[in-house]
Design a protein around this ligand. Structure first.
Ligand code: AMP
Ligand code: ZN
Ligand code: ZN
Length: 334
């Protein structure tokens, strides 16, 4: 098979585009796709200060690499939930990558803050492990973006993730989620903008990018996610994709283009939801008392505000290090 661009021997094929590329043109293709997505969905302006949520997996590390290559100002945020070896290994991969790229990586660790990891916290709450984990991650991402004055929280959700959650939302007729499932969630009071620049690229395409760019990522999935229904939906979509290449793309991007407005009562107006402020941390919440994060932490006798203090400490620490380093460079000490 030949490269679509230069006729050299191709190294990877993208069936849904009926195309194959050599190494150089594959990397270029993926980076162009990300640049196009940023433009199409108006995710962020060129000079925006971004915080990218890093899991140590292929998508977020590849996205970090791409955004840096495209010239964006992007820091990483790794949330260490203390899920045994999985967290240790994924944290290690994230740290190694940030060192290689000489980019800022903030690490917020539950064990460092509370002395216990999510495995122990979850034993004392009523929520399912993955839902608790997702809620804590979203809370920390949001707080970091607000406290660090970032333009947006960027995540590595890819086309497979988005198509899977769309299928789950449709199967359960989660109309509220269907109205809001988009790659660019604008900010509102107390909530940072959230964007997904990989929403048009598949898991397989991102794995190919990592191999060609020599990006070392954690291959294992989180051990706690075993048996989750999202895995079954992902497999079902992969089965359909194998029979009809491009169907995932058509399903998800078609939904954004042609389907989503039907869930917004026939117009593109967003639903008005009554929001209150959490009595402990001030975060907007649909509950009249505490937000979900504070509720769960209080239930386990942990002080939710410690997370905010830890995030502030990390941001300020980095800020001072940057000032000292700039000073040393300016006066010729390094
Ligand atoms: P997942 O829900 O594991 O498929 O992850 C989706 C996206 O969430 C990743 O691409 C990351 O951007 C972000 N993410 C997941 N886990 C973490 C983590 N431990 N720390 C920071 N970001 C994360
Ligand atoms: Zn080529
Ligand atoms: Zn709260």
């Amino acid at each position: 098979m030949k490269c679509l661009k230069c006729n050299e021997k191709a190294v990877l094929e993208i069936k849904r585009h009926k195309a194959a590329f050599c190494k150089t043109h594959y990397i270029e293709h993926i980076q162009n796709q990300v640049a196009k997505t940023i433009k199409k969905f108006k995710l962020f302006p060129p000079k925006a200060k971004l915080i990218l949520a890093i899991s140590g997996g292929k998508d977020s590390l590849a996205l970090w690499d791409i955004l840096l290559d495209l010239g964006y100002n992007v820091d990483g945020l790794y949330i260490d939930l203390g899920i045994d070896d999985y967290s240790t290994n994924s944290r290690h991969k994230s740290e190694k990558f940030s060192e290689k790229k000489q980019s800022n990586l903030y690490i917020i660790s539950l064990k460092e803050i509370y002395d216990i990891g999510l495995n122990n916290i979850s034993k004392h709450t009523s929520r399912k492990f993955c839902s608790l984990c997702g809620m804590i991650k979203r809370y920390i991402m949001n707080k970091t973006a607000l406290l660090g004055d970032y333009y947006a929280v960027v995540t590595g959700h890819n086309l497979d993730d988005e198509a899977t959650s769309l299928l789950g939302n449709l199967l359960g007729w989660q109309v509220g989620y269907l109205k809001r499932q988009e790659p660019n969630m604008p900010p509102s009071e107390g909530l940072a903008r959230k964007v997904k620049p990989l929403c048009r690229l598949s898991e397989r395409e991102m794995a190919g990018y990592c191999v060609l760019k020599n990006i070392d990522y954690i291959i294992e999935e989180c051990p706690m996610a075993k048996g989750a229904s999202s895995i079954t939906y992902k497999e079902a979509l992969n089965h359909l994709e194998a029979k009809s290449p491009g169907i995932k793309d058509q399903f998800y991007l078609g939904f954004l283009r042609d389907g989503q407005d039907y869930f917004r009562d026939g117009n593109s107006e967003k639903e008005e939801i009554d929001l209150y402020h959490c009595s402990l941390c001030g975060q907007p919440t649909t509950s009249q008392d505490k937000c979900n994060f504070c509720k769960q932490m209080v239930r386990v006798n942990l002080d939710p505000l410690k997370v905010n203090e830890n995030i502030k400490d990390k941001l300020i620490h980095k800020h001072w290090l940057t000032i000292i380093f700039t000073y040393l460079i300016l006066f010729g000490y390094c």
